[in-house]
Design a protein around this ligand. Sequence first.
Ligand code: ANZ
Ligand code: ZN
Length: 970
Amino acid sequence: MKEYNHKKIEKKWQREWAKSKIYKTTDKNKGKKNFYTLVEIPYPSGNLHVGHWYAFSVPDIFARYKRMSGENVMFPIGFDAFGLPAENAAIKKGLNPRKWTYDNIKYMENQLQSMGASFDWSRKVVTADPEYYRFTQWMFNQFFKNGLAYQKKTPANWCPSCKTVLANEQVVDGKCERCDSKVEKKEILQWNLKITDYAERLLSGLDNLSWPEPIKNSQRNWIGKSDGAEIEFQLLAFSFQKDSKLKAKSQKLAAIKVFTTRPDTIFGATYLVISPEKFQEKLRENSELRIMNYEEVRKYTEQTKKKTEIERTAEGKVKTGVELKGIKAVNPASNEEIPVWIADHVLPQYGTGAIMAVPAHDERDFQFAKKYNLPIRQVIEPSLIQTAGSSAFKQGENFVEGNSVIVIIKHWSEDKYLGLRWREAPDWGTLLTGGIEEGMTAEETARKEVLEETGYKNFKKILDLGKTHVKFYHGPKKINKFVHADVFYVELQDGECVEVDELEKNRHEPVWMTLEKLESFLTAIAHQQAIKSLKGIIYSNTGLLTNSGKFNSLDSEEAKNEIIKFVGGTKKTTYKLRDWGVSRQRYWGVPIPIIHCEKCGQVPVPDKDLPVKLPEIKDYLPRDDGKSPLAKAEKWVKTKCPKCKGKAERETDTLDTFVDSSWYFLRYTDPKNKKEFASKKKMENWMPVDFYSGGAEHNTMHLLYSRFWQKALYDSGLVKDEEPYKMRMNRGLILGPDGNKMSKSKGNVVDPDEIVRNLGADTIRMYLAFIGPFNEVGSFPWSTDGIVGVRRFLEKVWNLKNKLQMTNDKTQKKANPEIENLMHQTIKKVGEDIESLKMNTAVSQLMIFVNALTKQEKIFRKEFEILLLLLAPFAPHLTEELWHKLGNPRSIHLTLWPKYDQSKIQGSKTKIGIQIDGKIRDILEVENDASEDEIKSKALESEAVKKWLANREVKKIIYIKGKILSIVLT
Ligand code: ANZ
Ligand code: ZN
């Protein structure tokens, strides 16, 4: 018996597959459906790590399965070869980034070969190849001609250590994603792509994609759509006298436009806040605009510019600001003159860069108003609907309206409050409450209710906390109610009581409790709201308007449009998404194909002159003047204007690598095309991508950029589909054996090359498939025992060949029906599990099957062959070797996936005893592979079990696999 020698087998078959090109995909394969499996194009960082293995070898299992299932599968690979990581590494080692990158690619190609993945290498794409980036440049120029690419002086995230501009997405917690330095703001002339023009389509396009919801939601949040209005506030100038008292002069100055999502709250806008940058702009535009405290304002603005967006908007941040002395604004709804401030928490790029502050209903405005003593005016009265408990409002049914009071009563000597426990509705906890009768005021009612229902008669204090409106179902009276309640707070003077009516006493029981207890005791939503009002927690939801002139008592949502009209505003939708800054002041990237001419302005390099090749220069280190190192390549920079032939200069910035990776998947469909980025016909063979697997970190960057890119190409008629990816899936993370993220400094990095040498590629592949469900974003620690276990499993498979029963064997036994059933069940389960990316449970099933075979004295060739076929996507080398040893001439990987016989599977049921409090009460027949949850729910539905469940509750359920489900009752 020869031993399982993975080294020999793996090398041999990798060479053989390369020679016979079995993974080369033709664009059309008769009778087969094309299926495009895509994995994210890797950076040639220099060394393949376990993360790469996970990212490629598990999707390879999927691709192989699809191929065996009769589909024409394309599974391409390439290298995203430009960009910071390559350059930083090159800088550290003093090497030319091009040489360094291409050396890495060579090295990584060998490593990738060792994985035994079924990549179609003939479609390799390298984004740093001039044949590739010539089309990156060409597309950029199309966008430029269509007005989608523009240059603008923008405050950029500047990394002082990498000496380059970073995209917002590359700034994490105010720090550079790559080097962790604190990011600064710097004004730089930069190229941008107008992704914001596509915000709405990027959003609505998601609705029709069958991607996982969490991925779609992260894109939705990133795009951040808000419906609101833009409203103008006039500014007034004030002349001021020596005593520094303001004196209105009512000279109309510029107007300030604000963006608000809550125009309904405008009567409560008691001051205006402008972002410091926006105000500077206003000052520049309008020479009449003058303020008294310019120096203070200037200083504050300077400080603001040093802050990152995250620092400016952090939730817990202490609010700061400076009032603009000498001007006021006019609230267009109330005509009031209100103060104007600048503050850094208002961002210049969002909305209009200015806000109307409504401190009564916005938490940030509230904190600001408290700190600077600005007026706070409530304009929304809470309007609530009880949805929980027996008093939940019955939607769609009639209701009666009424007025009432809610009274919070505080104890005279203790820090306690009164709650009422109702006898008629035991789940009901409330404050004191009662209806207002004709001719009585709310306060009179509150006093009367306290006296009549509790007997207390001496008040130290009574406070009106405003109105709350609520819809609920009145259980005892059996009607829906819409109650308008006045909330009061009463502090008792002493415990002196009058006798309370027996009838009242019987309805509810008064309980004294701490405020904290009271809050969890109250079930009535309006009463919970009353406590919030008492605690001074602002109400930021919708409700009924108050203090709002002719709009009083209207529903705030319904009043929005009328108020916008009333103040002459316009409806406006904004997005958080910003335009995509694509300029990089870096050497190692695609040169932006634009020529600057003094006469003609920005002129795109003509198609015939593309690619604009990245020149070879000596000094490619970043410069600290904010310019790209290419600026030093004078010969290259100086050129002729394509239009007027006069002297001109090349753009020296290079493109962000996210540009390179925004279309690589199109190039795979036609990688050698010299005329076009890909021919339409070739693209139609494969696009859109059927299955795209990658990392969650790309939800909002690459995935959004490439969707935008595709839409922009679509609008130019260059591609047929508006969306590039039919399905997207994010994989999890492989952790070090210690449960931490693998990192050199922690010494917990697993080296796949070493494992390939010692245990083999098939073992790693299988192990990574087994480590967890591939379709769930989780993190899985590497286990040395685990991988050794998988290796042993493969050895078992190897040794099974010794049990093969020869056809001429006289002692031949009949097929074992148990094995046959298990085999069909395994075919079914492994196929279904791979299809749904639950590779881990597919492996478990294979292990069950192998164990059963190992226990047999002899096994049939058919059984062994089926095992090999099912195992082929996971362990391609081992299975190929054994397949050929059996005398099969063709590659196992070109063989079809076996079919299962349903009738054989149905026989494979198992009996599970259902135990209740220790006694078997029922027996269930379930599929062998039924999950614990399935068995549980079946058991709880069984009539026999239900009988025992009446009046009692399930305390615990214990499942002993394949045998007993034990239910313990209370
Ligand atoms: C008045 C108001 C009252 C607001 C209220 C909210 C609640 P989202 O939903 O995230 O789009 N805002 C507008 N522009 C801003 C800027 N440049 N920097 C900081 N804050 C800005 O947020 C929209 C709300 O954020 C706007 O509506 C505005 O405050 C504020 F009870 O206006 B609101
Ligand atoms: Zn010119």
